[in-house]
Design a protein around this ligand. Structure first.
Ligand code: C5P
Length: 241
């Protein structure tokens, strides 16, 4: 596996070509943490490794449950091999419990449960601070059809049920999370990007403690020790199976 040239550098990852494999990419997880669309920034030694290992475990689990994704395999502690996708510029957020932007936007108190879970769409556009959009906006702003958007939302809810169950078994309440989808070469839409404590809210189901990037956003403590606990609990779960 020969790492090729840098294709793109994002806030949390670098994306490299793979020599001789035009339909594959290498994602390299960085130690950078950003919040509030890059307005708050820091670096945490070991964060890239933790998010790579956690994302790899989660995509492996989803693969076992027949959720197609771009994930191929973990290459080393900070890198993974994925199928090349054209990312659809949508952030698909699923919420089980009110937290974060929805509490500010709609005045819903934190901790209120949503039954059934909510799906929200945001337009992935840094210059606009990723605004919330509706389905009609999504058809106009992206190349997806109604059938494709319906299937993305169904998939997001299916992923929610699987992840909520996984995290429950590790003593964590899955509050909300963000997914991204992309098209592989033949146009099929698959789950892409990462699923980690950077992109999920996870609360300890006994103490209610925040165990995710809110620790950084809200200066609640040591991010790395919290992310280490998430990885350890996922490892114990996969070993116990
Ligand atoms: O900020 P908000 O409450 O809308 O975030 C909902 C969920 O989506 C949170 O788990 C957050 O970590 C995730 N998210 C993300 N990337 C963004 C925006 C939100 O991973 N750009």
């Amino acid at each position: 596996m020969m790492k090729g040239s840098l294709l793109y550098e994002g806030k949390a990852k670098r994306v490299y070509h793979v020599e001789g494999q035009p339909e594959q990419l290498i994602l390299s997880y960085k130690n950078d943490a950003t919040a509030f669309n890059g307005k708050k920034k820091d670096q945490f030694e070991g964060k890239g490794r933790l998010n790579n290992l956690i994302t790899s475990k989660i995509f492996d689990y989803l693969k076992q449950h027949n959720i197609p994704s771009h994930f191929i395999k973990e290459l080393n502690h900070t890198e993974q091999l994925v199928a090349k996708t054209a990312i659809i510029p949508l952030e698909v957020v699923v919420r089980n419990v009110a937290a974060g932007s929805i509490t500010r936007r709609l005045g819903i108190p934190e901790k209120e449960r949503f039954n059934p879970p909510l799906v929200e769409l945001f337009y992935k556009k840094d210059e606009l601070d990723d605004p919330i959009i509706n389905d009609q906006h999504a058809y106009h702003l992206t190349d997806i059809s109604k059938e494709e958007l319906d299937s993305i939302k169904d998939k997001a809810l299916e992923v929610n049920a699987l992840l909520a169950n996984l995290f429950k078994q590790t003593g964590l309440d899955l509050v909300d999370f963000k997914l991204e989808f992309g098209r592989i070469a033949d146009g099929t839409i698959v789950l892409a990007d990462e699923i980690s404590p950077d992109t999920c809210r996870l609360w300890d189901d006994k103490t209610g403690e925040k165990m995710d990037k809110d620790v950084f956003r809200e200066n609640l403590g040591d991010l790395i020790s919290v992310y280490k606990i998430i990885l350890q609990r996922l490892e114990e779960h996969t070993c116990a199976k």
